[in-house]
Design a protein around this ligand. Sequence first.
Ligand code: 6GU
Length: 234
Amino acid sequence: MKLDYVTIFPDYFAPLTLSLVGKAAQTGLLEVQVHDLRQWAHDVHRSVDDTPFGGGAGMVMKPEPWGEALDAVLGGETPACLVIPTPSGALFSQRQAEELAAYDRLVFACGRYEGIDARVPEYARTLTEVRELSLGDYVLNGGEVAALAMTEAIVRLLPGVIGNPESLTEESHSESLRHRLEYPVYTKPASWRGRDVPEILLSGHHAKIAEWRREQAEALTRERRPELLARAED
Ligand code: 6GU
C-alpha cells in the first residue's frame, strides 16, 4: 500500500517510522511519502491560508495550493482514495478502516485553521474517490493527528503487518464480538497486590470461559457504550 500525506507540518509524521507502521515501511509492505503543502504555494510568503468570505473568525486554507498538490499527488497509475480528516466528516469507524485497507493507495489531505476551502473536496471528487472523515465529536488543531490515528487503524489490518493475525479477530469493535467492547484480560501472576484473576479463567474450561467473556463484554458495553448494543441487535 502506498500512503501519501499532504500537510504544512511534515514533521508531524515522524512517528510513521516507528513500531508496526515503521516496520511495514522498512519491509516494503508500505510506501510512505510526506509532502509539504507549501511547495505548491507560490507567493513570496508561501501562504496557504486567507480570511473567510462572509466573515468570521480564523483563517481558511486557500484552494490554489491544494489544487496543485492534489493534481501532483493523485496524478498517475493506481486508483486512490483521498481521505480528508475533518471534524465535520462522517465518523471514522472500524468499518471505514476495513474498507480503506482494501485500497492500494491512500492520500491524506491534512488541513489546519478553520478548514480547507469547500471547493477543494468538490474538485477532488472529479479526480478520485474522496472521504471526509472525523475521529469523533471533539476538535483537534488540524488533520495530522487524525491522519496518524486512521493510518494506524488501517495499516494494522494489512496482511503481514501484525505478527499474529488472530489477535485482530477478537478485539473491540471486530465482527466476532458483534459490536461489543472487548472483555477484560489478565496475565500472570494469578494473584497481584491482593487482587485475584477471575477463577473461571484458570479452570481450563473453554466453553465456560467463552461464555464468561461474552457476559463481561456485554456488561462493559452496557455500562460504557450502551448505544452500541442497540446497533448490535442486527
Ligand atoms: Cl479528523 N480533524 C480535526 N481537525 N479535528 C477532529 C477530527 C479531525 N476528528 C475529531 N476532531
